[in-house]
Design a binder for this molecule. Structure first.
Ligand SMILES: Nc1nc(=O)c2c([nH]1)NC[C@@H]1CN(c3ccc(C(=O)N[C@@H](CCC(=O)O)C(=O)O)cc3)C=[N+]21
Length: 288
């Protein structure tokens, strides 16, 4: 049984990105820049936002953090995003979700310019993923999962993959990316009939439901590859995945832990997308 080490893989990717940024700095005198916007003081958001800013520093990327009051108006937030859209030092804009209820998340996401949508949350980017276009920003969590599977030499072509969860930021884009890799994909969700039986058929199980320990050993085929996207905070303050790790790891061929699996990969791919945005901007610069 292999533990798929997302933490180590994310550090490897960070190293690759750092080298590239060092070269770009030498060549152009400039580095990619990421703006991270947080609204209100949600403790979970603070941890993730700080971790994104620290990762920027580790790879030599410019970063700016905007912490807005929880009662900031939607108009003010839109204004900030429009300013960042025009800012030449900024290649990626991330507005940490969830936002307070008085703010329309879809409107905010759509305000970010497509060239700077490094989260890959805009309808345009999701559409491009579906079309199998390379020239787009893949949402970071699904992108990180595909990268992990590839780096661990998991065969995707012809594999039966079951994705549990149908969100716009994980389940749907992940299903599209897996289809593009020639997997046979089943997407399960809260209304799915005989969910356990469907999961049991899968060569690759990806759990993104948001329920601690949802996937149990009896649901998993012997020798399956299991990817756990869950980040559920237990009453003990610890993080738990959607997969019951102790039982499932006895049957799986390979499995990601929580923490140390998909989470760190999400941030690594955010860096990759921001670097991609910067390179594209530089090239356009040269052509003009
Ligand atoms: N606009 C936006 N983009 C996001 O990408 C986004 C977001 N909003 N809102 C919240 C979710 C959540 N998310 C995580 C990123 C890294 C870890 C991560 O690195 N987790 C560590 C553990 C961290 C800990 O100990 O809390 C791990 O799994 O090993 C987790 C969760 C990004 N999100």
């Amino acid at each position: 049984m292999t533990i798929i080490d997302g933490k180590q893989t994310s550090l490897d990717i960070r190293d690759e990105i750092k080298k590239e940024i060092d070269d770009l700095r030498e060549g152009t005198g400039r580095v990619p820049g990421l703006a991270v916007v947080q609204v209100g003081e949600n403790p979970a958001s603070r941890v993730y936002v700080n971790s994104k800013v620290r990762t920027c520093e580790a790879v030599g990327m410019h970063s700016e953090k905007y912490l807005l009051a929880k009662d900031v108006s939607q108009d003010e937030l839109v204004e900030l995003i429009e300013k960042l859209n025009r800012d030449e030092k900024i290649n990626g804009i991330l507005v940490q979700l969830p936002l307070p209820k008085h703010i329309d998340e879809e409107l905010i996401t759509e305000t970010i310019s497509s060239e700077k949508d490094v989260d890959g949350f805009k309808a345009e980017n999701l559409g491009r993923i579906l079309m199998g276009e390379e020239d787009c920003f893949k949402s970071c969590t699904p992108y990180g999962i595909i990268e992990l599977l590839k780096r661990y030499n998991v065969e995707l072509s012809g594999a039966d993959a079951v994705v549990i969860g149908r969100s716009n930021i994980v389940g749907k884009p992940l299903a599209a990316l897996l289809i593009n890799e020639s997997a046979t994909v089943t997407v399960c969700h809260s209304r799915t009939k005989e969910l356990a039986e469907k999961v049991k058929q899968a060569d690759i199980v990806i759990a993104a439901v948001g329920i601690k320990g949802f996937v149990t050993a009896d649901m998993v085929k012997e020798g399956a590859v299991v990817i756990d996207v869950g980040i559920n905070r237990g009453e003990d303050g610890k993080l738990y995945g959607d997969v019951e790790f102790d039982g499932v790891s006895k049957k799986a061929k390979a499995i990601t832990p929580v923490p140390g699996g998909v989470g760190p990969m999400t941030i690594a791919m955010l860096m990759k997308n921001t670097l991609k945005s910067f390179k594209k901007y530089q090239n356009l610069d040269k052509k003009n």
